[in-house]
Design a protein around this ligand. Sequence first.
Ligand code: CP3
Length: 364
Amino acid sequence: MTTNNQVFPTLKNDLFLRAARGEKVERTPVWIMRQAGRYLPEFKEVRADVDFFTVCRNPELACKVTLQPIDRYPGLDAAIIFSDILVVPQAMGLEVQMIPGKGPHFPNPVRTPSEMSRVQYPVDVNATLQYVFDALTLTRQRLDGRVPLIGFTGAPWTLLSYCIEGGGISGSGMNNAKTWLYRHAEDAHRFLDMLTNVCIDYLIGQVNAGAQALQVFDSWSGDLSPHLFDTFCLPYLVTIAERVKAVHPDIPMICFAKGSNFGLAKLANSKYDVLGVDWTIDPATARSFVGTNKTLQGNLDPAVLYGGSEVISKEVEHMVRSFGTQRYIANLGHGMQPTHTVDSAGDFIQAVHQHSTKLAHEGI
Ligand code: CP3
């Protein structure tokens, strides 16, 4: 593992880290999943000349794009490194392309257990993912302490589903990936175990390189029944937090298992500091599932951003009032969309500042 002996600039805004740790805050911190992306004209300008994964692999470009939303919206309380969850399957020897207008595509998905021989394992993350570590180190320097920097990984199940399906997951029914779970459970566990070990080394490496918090995205866990979630998602999510925390106990970890709000009570017993929630659960119910020892993150329906500034303000007020200003990090319930406007993101951030400052004064 690289141990980075860099001296980083002093952090000036630690609101996000304090909320993650459950410390008192004067207002609720806010960041947005996919805050660097195609809704930003400055991002599209970079992407006009360069392929998606080339941006990911070039620390200068990845840093530049990570800083774009931070420069545009001084109200953001955290940066997230520009990369993709699919750099992990790439590090395991699988080819992944990003097809414009379509999304990720694996030309040769791992459709059957016998094809697992094509998967590289073990993986030396320093050899294969050093470019992400370099991007983190550079970005942490260039942030100059304005806000903390979040590193991330895809969760094992979400990564497995891409490796098997090869892309086009949304609305696919996940028939290939689920066939593994029901017909080749032992092989699925073996593959998940491999992915878990790579994710752990990768997350530890990200902290060594400068990440100040970590998020695990289980974007497709919601396609699984509670029973499958308990079997094929939860144990691996739990292990990741345990093993990363054993090395970096003070780094806040966020788990976002989208669509699996039923799993919140179980994740409440894990080592994650923060649990992400999507918009299909109301804040009071989410809080009742997790108790008072976890910070919650989310959960505005991204479509609210199409409603205009007045609607955004009203919905944000309702959201912050329902979560309460403490032990809470404001975010969308999923990511920014290319069809969102830059003004709508600004309205969202401003509304969180305005309402949470006022509500915190009222002791809510
Ligand atoms: O600003 C940030 O949040 C950091 C960057 C980030 C990206 N991908 C950039 C990206 C992060 C955190 C991710 C994670 C990611 N990637 C997830 C988990 C988060 C989630 O949304 O559930 C998933 C499932 C992926 C896989 C992936 N990458 C998909 C499904 C797509 C296509 C979706 C689309 O909007 O086209 C991508 C491509 C991608 N990743 C883009 C960006 C900015 C757009 C591609 C482009 O620039 O052409």
